[in-house]
Each structure stands twice: as structure tokens, then as C-alpha cells.
Design a protein around this ligand. Structure first.
Ligand SMILES: [Zn+2]
Length: 651
């Protein structure tokens, strides 16, 4: 039964801020004061995000003129001076949201001062009726809402509102919260039941309005979000070159079979639909999204968790169309997928959503930023055939350039989406309900909250994950009343996971959720041991592009071969592996496979009669490294899916 969580909604909750606060659902999210990441894999990324990425992104937004656009609007010169794409305002808002979470997390003064400064500039650009855009509605520009297909005005409001919600939830005093409220009121007045019957080509405002409803209690924001969800899918927007499926206006979300069209749009829309469904008790809508999520995971998702296999329109492909060398797998689609999975997890408690979030976090979201947090992959291909040049650091890049991480893009959604995700990541690890705590993701983290009747509950989670498979949960706060500590056991663990209870009892636990209910004492330890032996994985043969290949995984990590680890002059195109031979861990997270390097042939014609004999090969161990680390040692060729040879035939 969904629990009523209304008491947890409202402004300035004392949790330290949470990105998503449903009023009903199976699980209650915890805030940034209740869960703190203290170190490890994700702690390092949070530190880099705070110390480098926030400043880096702000610097580029100044440099490419996106912040000056607001001043230009105030000064009446935006029609001639405006720079950047029509949605560049949204990236300033997204960065502010990330900074708000960072202030809540650490009290970071750079982030706090930047929010104050940006808010002043933005506030002045808002018009008296709440309209706010640097791209439309001014002399020399298109009229307001004259291009709902591509204009992104409502999309920009969505990110503005999400920034406003983050400021409200984290208790940061900023004029931007009023700016966001005025914009939301303007949207309701303009696009309400009797107003403009349109909606934005790019969803995001749906989930933003629901969250604003959750934080303010103003029902009209929820009603407007529901209107936007229900209006879409009836062929209202223009039939563009990619078809109306591009912006999910081809079929109502209640009737669709799988996520389709532009991947980020589809996933943001689905997340907004879950929010609407949860707040309105619309089980049919929730079931429709669950059905599409299942179909998409089963047939339209890369092994990394990445989504989107068409570059042309940044879109999902048809079922089983998952070519590794054409993977688009936009970083933002991964962020959106985690946002959706989190909402579905909160609504249902089903651990499969946390499974996908883990896969996506470790293999797409962790892959995008460089170690120094100052360059990024926008596209996350699974097979790089040519060594790319080192990126120029003094210019921004086309977004689909995937040879190397680049400092900035002409469309720079991804670096800002990463910034807000890393800053708020602690909120996605653990939940609570009346009876206990549920651990969904493993990280060094301290958890402290209250259960249903105000009883204290806290744990210190310590782990070397994903390099080490042991996760220790030490009880730090408890009461005399028994409560339940739950921990997700990932599907990839098969039957290899062991749970060690506080009394030392060891038991095998299968994929799903393992629980221990006890009157815990402070100091009690529960230990989850996950099997990290590397393993070969094969793809469904209907993914034609992967037939005859295998991929290696270790724990939650997808591995890849990189030319950096091959003899000079050899390329990953020559790699062959023998999946019948065991994989051997080789330190630093890398793994050695038994394999060979194939000869290149005579190079005149790439086809030959099927004689049954393989070409010439030279036996060689093949080093496989975590996919998230690829290209961090310099430009390389790389592949995740490796041609497999039958043992003893070609080696
Ligand atoms: Zn993006």
C-alpha cells in the first residue's frame, strides 16, 4: 500500500533538500543532510564537481555569452547581441540548480555567491507578467510562443522552476525563487484549460511543475503539468523532418508501447508522467510508463544503461537496433534515465529500477567527465574506430564529437546535467519507510534519519565498491524497537551474493532485496559481500550488430578494450577473445582475457568465400579496463563488444 508522505512535503524541509518529494509512494526519499557521501568512487566525483566543474561551467557560460544574454535583454540589445542556441537560458538555470545542491551539501561559498550574482541578472530580465526568455519576444526576435516545436521557452521555464525548487528545498534565500514562481504562474495563465492549447517540443516543465506543487501546495501547478502530459500525443505540434515521434506527439503516453523519439525528451516526459500519476492517483498512467520502461530496457538499452542509438535525431531506435559504433547514448539521456528510475523506485519499491540506475551511473554518468571535471563526453559510444585528436581547449565543440572529452559544446546540456546530478547524488542512495531503511546504491556514506514514528535510525556505509565487493553497514543510531535494514542485491550478482548478519550468520541472498529485522544496537554490522569475478556477457542475437561478440563485466562495471593497451600500431579492430577461457583480474580494476590479434588481410576487398577457416592471428592477452575510464590516458580506439572465437579454432 502506498504510504501517505504528505507530512514530508512543504517548503524548507529539514532534510537538507531532496530533488524529488512525492506525497505518496512506497518509499520516502532522504535529503542531503540525511545522507552524506563521505568518500570513495562517488565522493571523489562530488569533490571534483564542486572544486572544478561548477566553476568551469560558469566560466564557459560567461565566455560564450549565455549569461550576458540576460543583461542584453534588460538593456534592449538582445535582438542583435544574443549568443547561443535558443535554449541556452536553461543551462544557466541547470547550473544554478547544481550550485544549490552543492551549497546544501557543503556550504560552498563560490556556489552561494554565484547563485546570488546570477539571480540578480536573471531577475531583471523577467517581464512584469512573468514571461522570461532571452530568445523570444523582444525586438528582432520571434514572438512569444511562436515556435513551440523548437523554441524551448517552456523547457527553459522547467529548468528555472527546478532551480527554484532546489533553492526553496535547501533554504537558500534568493530572488530566483520568486522569479520561478512568477514564471510558473505565467505558464498557468497562458497555457491553462482556456488558454493556449499548445505545449513545449521539449518536455521537462511537467516534472518541474509537479515538484513546485509539492513544495508550495499550489494545486494549479499540478493541474497544469497534467494538462501538458495529456495534450501531447495528438499531432498538435508541426510534423517536422523527424516526424512527430521526435517530440512524442505521435501517440499519447498512455498508449505508447516503448520510449521512442528523442531520448532525453522521452525520458523527461516519462518522469513527469510518473510525477503526475503519483500525485493524482492515476494508476493507469503509472502502469503505462512502467510498461514502456520494461519494453525499453528489454529491447532499446545499451549494456552501459545508455539510451538512444540514432545520431540523426538523438533518438531511440527500433527494438534491438543497438549498434555499438553508432551509440548516441547522450549523457543527458543517462541522467534522465536515472531521474525516471528514481521516481519509479520511490513509487513501487521495485529494486530493478535501482539496478538500472546503478548500471547507468557507473557506465555512462561516470564516463562522461574527465578526471579533472573540466571536459566531458556528450555522446557515449561503445566502439571508437579512429583515434581522435586532442581537443582544443579554447573553443567549444560539436556535441556529437565523441573521440575525446571536450571542454564545452555548442549545446552544453550534459556538463550542467552532470553538475546537478553529482551535487545531489547522495539523495539517490538510500530511502526510508515507517519500518526501516533501504540501501539502493553502495557508497561511502553516513545516513541519519527518523522512521515513521520519529524513532532514530542511522547507518555508516563503508565500502571500496566497485573495486571491492564488500559493503559494511554499521548501525550508528537506533532505538529499542526492532526495525528493518534492507539492501539491494543486484541482478548481476546472480546467486553469488552473501549477507552476513550482525550475529555472524552468513546466508546466500539472491537478486532483489535482502532484509534484516532486529532491535539493532549501535555498532551492529550487516555486511553484504558481492561477487566481483569478471564475467563474459552475450547479447540477444536479435541485436544483429552484436552477433558473434562478447563483452566483459566486473561487478557493476562494463569493461572495454583500448588501443592504449595494445602493441604499438595495433588497433582494437584486431582484437579477438576466447570466452571459454576465464577472465583474470589484473589489478587497478583491469582484467586480462585470453585472446589474439588478427592479421589485417591484404586490404583489397573485405569479403572472402566462407571456407570455415579463420584468418591469421597472433595469440595475445587482451587487457580490458573499466569503460568509464576510456580515453583518460589519451586518445584511443576502444570497443566494448569483442569478436569471440571458438576455443582452439582460431587462436
Ligand atoms: Zn546533454
Amino acid at each position: 500500500m502506498p504510504a501517505d508522505l504528505t507530512a514530508d512535503a512543504g517548503t524548507r524541509d529539514d532534510s537538507g533538500g531532496r530533488p524529488v518529494v512525492p506525497s505518496t509512494g512506497r518509499l520516502r526519499p532522504l535529503g542531503l543532510r540525511e545522507v552524506r557521501i563521505t568518500g570513495g568512487f562517488w565522493g571523489r566525483r562530488q569533490t571534483v564537481n564542486a572544486s572544478a566543474t561548477l566553476e568551469h561551467n560558469l566560466g564557459w557560460e560567461r565566455r560564450v555569452g549565455w549569461i550576458d544574454n540576460f543583461a542584453a535583454t534588460v538593456e534592449g540589445r538582445v535582438g542583435s547581441d544574443r549568443r547561443g542556441r535558443e535554449f541556452s537560458d536553461s543551462d544557466v538555470y541547470k547550473l544554478i540548480e547544481g550550485m544549490a545542491w552543492e551549497v546544501a551539501r557543503t556550504g560552498d561559498t563560490f556556489a552561494a555567491e554565484s547563485i546570488a550574482e546570477l539571480s540578480k541578472v536573471i531577475e531583471r530580465a523577467q517581464e512584469s507578467d512573468g514571461y522570461l526568455s532571452t530568445a523570444f519576444g523582444h525586438p528582432g526576435q520571434g514572438a512569444r510562443y511562436s515556435d513551440l516545436e523548437w523554441g524551448h521557452e517552456l523547457y527553459c521555464y522547467g529548468h528555472l522552476i527546478q532551480a527554484g525548487v532546489a533553492l526553496l528545498r535547501t533554504g537558500i534565500d534568493s530572488p530566483l525563487t520568486d522569479v520561478a514562481l512568477r514564471a510558473a504562474d505565467h505558464v498557468c495563465a497562458t497555457f491553462g484549460p482556456d488558454g493556449n492549447q499548445g505545449f513545449c517540443g521539449h518536455p521537462v516543465i511537467e516534472m518541474a511543475l509537479v515538484e513546485l506543487y509539492r513544495v508550495t501546495g499550489e494545486r494549479r501547478y499540478l493541474d497544469q503539468a497534467r494538462l501538458f502530459v495529456d495534450r501531447r500525443g495528438h499531432g498538435t505540434l508541426a510534423d517536422i523532418e523527424f516526424g512527430r515521434a521526435y517530440f512524442q506527439d505521435d501517440v499519447p503516453i498512455r498508449e505508447a508501447d516503448a520510449f521512442h523519439g528523442h531520448a532525453v525528451r522521452a525520458l523527461y516526459l516519462a518522469a513527469g508522467a510518473v510525477d503526475v500519476a503519483v500525485e493524482t492517483g492515476d494508476d493507469e498512467l503509472l502502469a503505462a510508463v512502467v510498461r514502456q520502461w520494461e519494453a525499453t530496457v528489454a529491447r532499446r538499452t545499451y549494456i552501459t544503461g545508455g539510451m538512444g542509438s540514432r545520431h540523426m535525431d538523438e533518438a531511440f531506435g527500433e527494438d534491438f537496433f543497438l549498434p555499438p559504433d553508432r551509440a548516441y547514448s547522450e549523457t543527458c539521456a543517462a541522467v534522465a534515465s536515472v531521474m525516471l528510475a528514481w521516481r519509479l523506485l520511490l513509487a513501487t519499491g521495485d529494486p530493478r529500477y535501482a539496478d538500472l540506475a546503478e548500471r547507468t551511473l557507473f557506465n555512462v554518468i561516470a564516463t562522461s567527465p574527465a578526471d579533472d571535471g573540466r571536459s566531458f563526453f556528450y555522446v557515449n559510444t561503445l566502439h571508437r574506430r579512429q583515434v581522435g585528436p586532442l581537443p582544443a581547449t579554447d573553443r567549444h565543440h560539436p556535441r556529437a564529437e565523441s573521440a575525446v572529452r571536450a571542454p564545452w559544446f555548442d549545446v552544453s546540456c550534459c556538463p550542467n546535467n552532470l553538475a546537478r546530478t553529482f551535487a545531489s547524488l547522495a539523495a539517490y542512495l538510500v530511502t526510508a519507510d515507517d519500518d526501516g531503511l533501504q540501501v539502493h546504491q553502495y557508497a561511502d556514506a553516513d545516513v541519519s534519519t527518523r522512521l515513521g514514528d520519529g524513532r532514530p535510525a542511522g547507518v555508516a556505509m563503508r565500502t571500496g565498491y566497485p573495486a571491492d565487493g564488500a559493503v559494511v553497514l554499521r548501525v550508528t543510531e537506533t532505538s529499542e524497537v526492532p526495525w528493518t535494514l534492507s539492501v539491494r542485491v543486484p541482478a548481476w550478482a546472480g546467486d553469488g551474493a552473501v549477507l552476513v548478519e550482525p550475529d555472524g550468520t552468513r546466508r546466500r541472498v539472491g537478486p532483489g532485496v535482502a532484509t534484516v529485522t532486529a532491535a539493532f544496537a549501535v555498532g551492529d554490522e550487516l555486511r553484504l559481500e558481492l561477487p566481483l569475478e569478471p564475467r563474459w556477457v552475450r547479447a540477444d542475437p536479435r541485436i544483429d550488430a552484436l552477433r558473434g561478440t562478447v563483452a566483459a563485466e566486473r561487478g557493476p562495471l562494463v569493461l572495454c578494450a583500448e588501443s592504449t593497451d595494445l602493441p604499438a600500431g595495433r588497433d582494437v579492430a584486431a582484437v579477438r577473445v576466447d570466452p571459454a577461457a576465464p577472465l583474470a583480474p589484473d589489478g587497478d580494476g583491469s582484467v586480462l582475457a585470453v585472446g589474439a590479434l588478427a592479421d589485417d588481410g591484404d586490404g583489397t576487398w573485405p569479403y572472402a568465400p566462407d571456407s570455415g577457416a579463420g584468418g591469421g592471428t597472433t595469440p595475445a592477452p587482451i587487457r580490458l579496463v573499466p569503460y568509464h575510464s576510456w580515453a583518460s590516458r589519451g586518445p584511443s580506439t576502444m570497443r566494448v563488444w569483442l569478436p569471440a572465437v571458438e576455443s582452439g579454432r582460431d587462436l
